[in-house]
Structure formats: structure tokens, C-alpha cells
Design a binder for this molecule. Structure first.
Ligand SMILES: CC/C=C\CC(=O)SCCNC(=O)CCNC(=O)[C@H](O)C(C)(C)COP(=O)(O)OP(=O)(O)OC[C@H]1O[C@@H](n2cnc3c(N)ncnc32)[C@H](O)[C@@H]1OP(=O)(O)O
Length: 719
């Protein structure tokens, strides 16, 4: 809705009212149309101010309406009616003016913003473009280069930057509606044509062709197959080269393609999934809205390797005092230097003072006695972690939350080492911990709702996308990843090369294929873990690592590569070859090709032609199948949790929505049929055997992803 009131005698005040963000639902649009007509009709009204209730101007179009048939007045003529109004219209912007919200403001004759406002056209992040005239008005107002940047990235700008760019006319610290009302009165009677953005042409920019070419190239490279950024460039190009009416026609055409695309559906699904994961629940029925987090003032990190350093930086940057513990003097000094460097670089990038004094360094674990939350980040070795937890149990004050950063070890076992197992949870950060947005918060059967609520609250405070997951080997992300990597190795045995597999995955939208990622993170890490599981161990009689282990097919190819000292980028050789150790540019390596040939010959394997489709189906469907098992086991509450983990922690292309959303888009019957096909061909690979939940969903008519939870509940209650 939108309310109309006459204030200060002759100002028509239109207030958008649709909590929480005043999204432009059909009712709000109708309210604006009616209010504008009334303001123009009533002779007492000399000028108009548009504002939003509850401290926010407008969060844009109502994204929930995009999935159904559109009703109510369309935005374009509504904004046009504001722009052509004979009375001055002023936008009083506070909180946020995003998407359609900013497009309304661009239709107004003047824009006044509160200093804390953020403005932007984030449509591209939803697989769309600013198609209520935003792609045509913004370049006319602030010039092509700045508009291209904002529209193709969806970046939000501060009020100060908006003022500098010329997006707003004034910024104030006072009540923005009061300021706008006064301002509106002061411009009554002034000519308005110069204020109607659509009547301008774009400010001159030299070398426009070259600018568009360069931007298009850059955007295509960054987009990894996403179509909206490309359409955004085309729309701005129309603004720069065509009269307004023709530009609007081009904007409409481009939007028509985007609006119904699978990518837009995927990106909008991600928008809501990211918000839904905050509403966590535990199998006990405890929930986000009934569980109170404990206060956390002081934090501590034990172990200052790569992960511990990143975690300490993240906590300090969010304002937490941190006690950083490392028991070897030399490593402590190295860590201190590295952490200070990270804090300084981060502060420089953000234009703030580095918070070096937030971190206190110590070699003595006793120094964490007063911490409210301790994160253990020592080497991934159960015996070592057990010892640390036993020490923490004796040292820490009552009520302190004890967290482990393990990437897959049993959190419940660690809880069994302490006096208060209910206060133990996993906080699984992803490397580099100060950069990656994802945090898996792992609760065990004994973790209390309060402990989970506290870890989730800390996760939010440090700016992480936090997902609550149950305890099992590898949790959600790494448990699924294992199957993806396993298939990639089997494909090498069967005839593929690392570059063929990577190319298929990169064309799908991953920034890097599985083998490039392994080279980057270091092949030795996985090797050590496999050895720990008793897998990568040669048979003493044959000297060879068996191709069947623990009753299932096993590929020792990665272990054999490691045995050659090929650990990836750091050694200059891995799945690819690098000019020098540490170099980031890998080339296909004839040594690897010959090694694979010899390996196949030795094991009597005949190489066959493998195409991209098989790579995608084997790698992705086996991982998706495990995702269904995770849902079946209750380790993740719903498909959104898994998808958010993959988008934020594993670089899954966001425009494909996450693995479970991708399965929904492909169609569950097809995923099931292909898994059955591959399992028949490889009966010794259990991960290709379709799991019960997938079968049951298909048997239940393959409901849309939003309804999976209902089917899961029904299935579970029947068990
Ligand atoms: C012809 C097409 C014309 C125009 C196209 C568009 O305008 S597309 C929409 C463009 N707008 C956006 O992308 C903005 C999306 N919203 C946000 O970025 C943030 O919500 C915002 C406004 C910065 C507020 O952030 P905050 O952290 O305060 O709240 P939160 O994100 O948790 O949102 C609160 C609930 O509001 C729901 N919501 C937010 N925006 C919209 C929206 N545009 N449409 C519908 N619903 C929206 C959000 O989902 C939250 O609800 P929940 O139930 O928790 O999911």
C-alpha cells in the first residue's frame, strides 16, 4: 500500500507501506498510482514527496511476485507518470533504495538521501536487468562508465558515493522526509524539463565503442555463463546510442528473455535460500526464534596455521578481542607477522584503521581461561584435537563455548572429551577463512540449542553465511565433495584427462575444475586424509594400492601422483605442470598423460572416449545423490541449506542455484534415470546407486523443490 497525506499546507506526501522493505507489490504500485493521481488532481497540492515507512525507502520490486502471473499496475508507466508530472516530485530516500525503488527515485525530479542510505540496481544478482527504465535513466544521469559498473555488478553505493556520482542531489543527517518537504516547497514553480532524466542524452564519454567492448569482454569472463550481466551491458549500450524510447524498447526485449530464464529462477531461489537458512531448527525441535544465544565478549583461537590465522583475523575485524594461541615460539612469531599483514591489507582496502590491538598472542593455552568462545584450529588430527579439548575443559570458565574448526572429524567425539559436551559445536570455516563467506555450524546430538544459537549469532556478527548442519563425516560440503572427486578420478581411469574433466566443469560455470582446485589447494592434504582412513596404503605383497578397498571401487591415481612428489602449484607439478613452484598458470602435462596411459595398461583398462555430458552427469549427479542422502539422514534441514553451502563454500555457479536446485531444474526423473544407468555400468560404485529419498520424491510425482520438505516429512512419518 501507499498512504497519501497533505503536509506543510501544500506538500502531497506519499508513503510506501509494505513491511519489512516496502517492496513494490501490486498493492503498493496501485497505491502509488492512486496517490500520484490525487496529488496532481488536488489544486492545494503544489509539490510531492515520496518516502518509505519504517526507515526504508524501498527494497525494489516484490521478488516473490516474479514466480506467478503479474497483476496490478506496471512500473514503467507509473514511473513515467511521476516524471512527466507538472508538479515537482522529490524522493526522500533512507535505508535502502534498490532496484525498482531506485528506479522510482530516478523518475522523480529530485533525490535527497539520508547519509546512511544505500542505493543500487541489484537486478543482475537476481538474473534480471533494471527494466523499469533504470538501464536507460541511470547512464543519462551519471554517465556510461559509472552506470555500467553499477548495473553490471549490482553493487550498492553509499549516499556519499551517490552524491559524488550525481545520483542524488543532497545528502542529509537529519530527518530526510522533513528535509525533502522543505526542499520540495523551495522548488515549486521552477522549470522541470531539465530534471526529467529521460529527456537528456547520456553525458559524453570518449571511446564508447572501446569501452563497451572492454566491458563486455570483462563481464563475459567474470559471468561464467550467466546471461544477465551481458544483457545489462547491451541495455546500457542502447541508452548510450539510441533515443530514450528505442532504448526502452531494447530494455523490454532483453528483460523478456531474462525474466523467464532458468538462471533468473536460480538466482531468485538463492536470494530466499540465503535468508531461509537463518531460520534453523534442530531435530529436538529447538529453533532459531526460541533459542537465546549466550553473550560473547572475548574469543580465542587455538592453533595459528593457515586456518587459525584467517579465523583470528575475521574475529578481530568484526570487533571481538581475540587471544591467539600457538605453542611454538617461532610459529607464533610467524603467525603474528602474517596476521598483522592480513589486518593491515584488509584495513587499507576498506579505508579503516587496522585493529592490530584486538589480538593478544600467547604460547600458553591457559591464557584462554576467560574467553567466552574458543575455536580450536590445530592440525587435523583426532588425537591432537582430543588433547586440546581435554585441556580446554579443565581451563575454560564455566559456560564457555568450545568450538572445533575440523573439516570433517567427529564433533560428537570431541564433545565427549569435555565436562560440558552441550557447549561443543563445530565452526567449520573455509580457506581462506577471512575471505570465504561460508561457515558450517555443526551440532552434535549433545549440543544445546543455546550453543548452536551462540555459534550462529557469532557467525552472523563476523559476516559469514552460517548454515546449521548435523554431525557426520565431512558434514555437508565435504561429504558431497568426496563423491564428486571420486567420479573425476574414475573418469581419468576410464580415458579422460584432467583438462577434459576441468573444461566440462568450467563450461558448466565453476571458476575452476576439480583438478585445478586440487592443484591450488595442495594434493598432499587429501593424500594425508586418505592415509588416515587407511585407503592410500599399498598392499605389502604387491606393493600396489588396491583398486577395490573396503568393498568398493577405489582409484589410487591421486595417491600415485602424490608419491611422485607432485603436490600441485606449490611444487610446480600436480595434475598440470607449472613454470615454477608457486606459479598459478598450469598447462596440460604430457607426463600426466603418459602416466595415465601406463596406469591403464598396467590394470588392463581400455581408454574410451568420454564427453562433457558424461563428466557432468557422473560428477554432479553422484554429488547430488549424496545430497539426497544427507537430507534423508537429517544432516541438513532442507535443500536450501545444501545449496547455500555449495554456492558460498564451493564456488558452485550461483546462476545454477546450487546442486539440489540444479537437480530440480534438470528434473528428478532424469537424475534418477541417469544414476540408474551409471550404477548399472559401475555396480561397484555405491555413490551412483540412487538413494531412497530421490526414488521416493520421483514416486511422489517429483514435486518442486519448495515442496521437498513436505514430502520428506511425509516419508519420515511413514517410516
Ligand atoms: C520490472 C522489474 C523492476 C524492478 C526489478 C527489481 O526491483 S528486482 C528487486 C531488486 N531489489 C533487490 O534485489 C533488493 C533485495 N533486498 C535486499 O537486498 C535486502 O533485503 C535489503 C532491502 C537491503 C534489506 O536487508 P535486511 O538485511 O535488512 O533484510 P533481509 O534481506 O533479511 O530482508 C527482510 C525480508 O524481506 C524480504 N525481502 C527483501 N527484499 C525483498 C524484495 N525486493 N521482494 C520481496 N521480499 C523481499 C526478504 O526475503 C526477507 O524476508 P524473509 O522472509 O526472511 O525471506
Amino acid at each position: 500500500m501507499a498512504a497519501f497525506a497533505r503536509v506543510s499546507g501544500s506538500v502531497g506526501l506519499i508513503t510506501l507501506q509494505n513491511p519489512p522493505v516496502n517492496a513494490l507489490s501490486a498493492a503498493v504500485r496501485q497505491g502509488i498510482v492512486d496517490s500520484v493521481q490525487r496529488a496532481l488532481r488536488e489544486p492545494e497540492v503544489k509539490c510531492v514527496v515520496i518516502c518509505g515507512q519504517n526507515g526504508i525507502f524501498c527494497g525494489g520490486a516484490d521478488i516473490r511476485e516474479f514466480s506467478g502471473p503479474m497483476s496490478g499496475p506496471p512500473l514503467i508507466p507509473m514511473i513515467h507518470s511521476i516524471e512527466v508530472a507538472a508538479k515537482p516530485v522529490v524522493a526522500a530516500i533512507e535505508g535502502s533504495a534498490l532496484g525498482g525503488g531506485l528506479e522510482i527515485a530516478l523518475g522523480c525530479h529530485y533525490r535527497i538521501a539520508h547519509s546512511k542510505t544505500r542505493l543500487g540496481l541489484p537486478e543482475v544478482t537476481l538474473g534480471l536487468l533494471p527494466a523499469a527504465g533504470g538501464s536507460q535513466r541511470l547512464p543519462r544521469l551519471i554517465g556510461v562508465p559509472a552506470a555500467l559498473d553499477l548495473i553490471t555488478t549490482g553493487r550498492h553505493v553509499t549516499a556519499a558515493e551517490a552524491l559524488q556520482l550525481g545520483m542524488v542531489d543532497q545528502v542529509t543527517d537529519r530527518n530526510v522526509t522533513d528535509v525533502a518537504v522543505k526542499f520540495a516547497l523551495s522548488v515549486v514553480g521552477k522549470p522541470l524539463d531539465a530534471r526529467r532524466i529521460s529527456m537528456h542524452s547520456c553525458p559524453h564519454s570518449p571511446d564508447l565503442d572501446e569501452l563497451f567492448e572492454r566491458t563486455m569482454q570483462h563481464v563475459r569472463q567474470r559471468a561464467r555463463g550467466a546471461i544477465a550481466p551481458v544483457a545489462c551491458v547491451q541495455a546500457v549500450r542502447a541508452a548510450a546510442t539510441l533515443p530514450y524510447a528505442q532504448g526502452m524498447e531494447k530494455e523490454r526485449e532483453l528483460m523478456a528473455t531474462l525474466f523467464t530464464s532458468g538462471q533468473a529462477r536460480a538466482l531468485q531461489y538463492c536470494f530466499f535460500a540465503q535468508r531461509a537458512i537463518g531460520r534453523w531448527s534442530m531435530p529436538s525441535g529447538a529453533r532459531w526464534d526460541t533459542s537465546k544465544p549466550r553473550p560473547v565478549h572475548k574469543t580465542a583461537v587455538i592453533g595459528l596455521g593457515t586456518m587459525g590465522r584467517g579465523i583470528a583475523v575475521t574475529l578481530a575485524q568484526a570487533g571481538f578481542p581475540v587471544i591467539a594461541v600457538e605453542n611454538h615460539e617461532k610459529q607464533l612469531m610467524e603467525a603474528k607477522q602474517a596476521i598483522s599483514g592480513m589486518l593491515e591489507r584488509g584495513a587499507k582496502r576498506r579505508g579503516v584503521t587496522p585493529v592490530l590491538n584486538k589480538i593478544t598472542y600467547s604460547r600458553d593455552i591457559q591464557s584462554v581461561a576467560n574467553a567466552d568462545l574458543v575455536i580450536e584450529a590445530v592440525f587435523e588430527d583426532m588425537a591432537l584435537k582430543e588433547k586440546v579439548f581435554q585441556q580446554l575443559s579443565a581451563i575454560c570458565k564455566p559456560g564457555a563455548l568450545l568450538c572445533t574448526n575440523t573439516s570433517g572429524l567427529n564433533v560428537d567425539h570431541l564433545a565427549s572429551q569435555v565436562r560440558n559436551p552441550e557447549l561443543v559445536v563445530g565452526m567449520h570455516f573455509f580457506a581462506p577463512a577471512h575471505v570465504m563467506k561460508l561457515l558450517e555450524v555443526v551440532y552434535g546430538p549433545r549440543s544445546s540449542p543455546e550453543a548452536l544459537a551462540t555459534a550462529m549469532a557469532v557467525g552472523k556478527k563476523i559476516g559469514k553465511v552460517s548454515v546449521a548442519v548435523g554431525n557426520c563425516q565431512g558434514f555437508v560440503g565435504n561429504r558431497m565433495l568426496e563423491h564428486y572427486m571420486e567420479q573425476a578420478l574414475f573418469l581419468l581411469e576410464e580415458g579422460a584427462t584432467p583438462e577434459l574433466v576441468d573444461q566440462a566443469l568450467e563450461e558448466f560455470g565453476f571458476a575452476m575444475g576439480v583438478f585445478r582446485v586440487s592443484d591450488l589447494s595442495g594434493l598432499d592434504i587429501g593424500w594425508r586424509i586418505r592415509k588416515g582412513k587407511g585407503l592410500a596404503v599399498p598392499d605389502p605383497t604387491t606393493g600396489q594400492t588396491a583398486r577395490v578397498q573396503q568393498g568398493r571401487r577405489y582409484s589410487p591415481v591421486a595417491d600415485l601422483i602424490c608419491e611422485q612428489g607432485r603436490f600441485g602449484q606449490k611444487t610446480g607439478q600436480g595434475w598440470y605442470q607449472y613454470n615454477t613452484p608457486g606459479s598459478r598458470v598450469g598447462k596440460p602435462d604430457p607426463w600426466v598423460h603418459n602416466f595415465l596411459k601406463d596406469y591403464r595398461a598396467q590394470h588392463g583398462l581400455v581408454a574410451r572416449r568420454i564427453d562433457h555430458q558424461e563428466v557432468l552427469e557422473r560428477c554432479l549427479y553422484s554429488m547430488i545423490n549424496e545430497g539426497f542422502r544427507i537430507l534423508e539422514d537429517g544432516i541438513a534441514a532442507g535443500p536450501e541449506d545444501i545449496d547455500v553451502i555449495y554456492v558460498f563454500g564451493y564456488n558452485w555457479p550461483r546462476h545454477r542455484g546450487g546442486p539440489m536446485f540444479y537437480a530440480h531444474m534438470v528434473g528428478l526423473p532424469k537424475v534418477l534415470e541417469r544414476l540408474e544407468h551409471y550404477h548399472q555400468a559401475h555396480p561397484d560404485v555405491p555413490s551412483l546407486q540412487p538413494c531412497n529419498l530421490l526414488r521416493k520424491l520421483v514416486a511422489n510425482g517429483s514435486p518442486p523443490i519448495q515442496k521437498w520438505k513436505e514430502v520428506m516429512k511425509k516419508i519420515n512419518s511413514r517410516l
